[in-house]
Design a protein around this ligand. Structure first.
Ligand SMILES: [Zn+2]
Length: 274
């Protein structure tokens, strides 16, 4: 058995002086190629980065990306936002970032983790995902309640998708105590520069102005985990991979900044008092 370690954190984050980096934990996967007699165990590290020193003194915005390792625009958008734009919001908010939720998938450009599990269906109590278990344990142990959580995703669009047609425009999922609050503002802002989905149904869920907010949204997602942990608003952003990467990154950043801008103006009565 050979051990390999792939524990290098994303460099753009570890070099930023205003962030504290922390190892959430390691995940290990067996990897064997047909020409190898022995199997290899490879270790991949899951990191969090946050803006406070000992405890958060302001409301915490949680930003996560890379749940699906082949959806890279969100990871890139987080890096750009953090390096160039985050400081403008730090007077009002603390930030917690988990930029590569699926480090194995990010390394090999795969949707699933090394056990072929879709992590975003495993934020459940009997989870089989090492990553989901590590993250839920970490958030609970640190007693972090997000005021706003955003998980960055993409729709992987292929030329030959046939009948199964993923959206080819920006859209989002929103989970709040009182229906859509931020979503229409965000898609309106994104829509000034990029196409926003006008479908009335996305993957079978009701959609309005590019916002999916059905009461039966999947409860096994990272978005729902943060909502269950008390987030006032939990969002998931989606860009289509048929756009050039630069446009997808920009759309995510516009959406992120508008989400913070709109959240700040929310009447307190619409926020959950937990
Ligand atoms: Zn995804």
């Amino acid at each position: 058995m050979v051990h390999r370690s792939q524990s290098v954190p994303p460099e753009h984050f570890k070099d930023l002086h205003f962030l504290t980096g922390e190892l959430i934990g390691n995940v290990q996967y067996e990897a064997r190629t047909s020409s190898e007699e022995t199997s290899q165990i490879a270790t991949f590290s899951l990191f969090a980065y946050y803006t406070w020193k000992s405890i958060p003194l302001k409301p915490v915005i949680v930003l996560t990306a890379g749940v699906h390792g082949d959806e890279i625009a969100g990871v890139e958008a987080l890096q750009l936002f953090t390096a160039q734009k985050m400081s403008a919001y730090q007077q009002d908010y603390e930030f917690l970032l988990i930029p590569r939720v699926n480090p194995w998938g990010s390394t090999f450009f795969r949707r699933e983790n090394g056990d072929e599990i879709d992590i975003n269906r495993h934020f459940v109590s009997d989870s089989h995902s090492q990553e989901a278990k590590l993250i839920t344990g970490y958030i609970k142990e640190k007693m972090i309640r997000a005021c706003l959580s955003i998980d960055f995703h993409e729709d992987v669009v292929h030329k030959n998708d046939g009948e199964f047609k993923p959206p080819t425009a920006f859209y989002l999922y929103e989970r709040t105590a009182s229906g859509l609050i931020l979503g229409p503002h965000i898609t309106k802002k994104v829509g000034e520069t990029f196409p926003v989905s006008n479908q009335s149904s996305i993957y079978g869920e009701t959609a309005l102005h590019g916002c999916v907010f059905s009461a039966d949204l999947d409860e096994r997602t990272l978005e729902n985990f943060f909502y269950q942990q008390g987030a006032d608003v939990a969002l998931t952003f989606e860009t289509p991979t048929c756009w050039e990467l630069e446009r997808r990154i920009q759309a995510h950043i516009i959406a992120l900044e508008e989400a913070i801008h709109q959240f700040k103006q929310l009447p307190k009565i619409l926020q959950r008092n937990k």
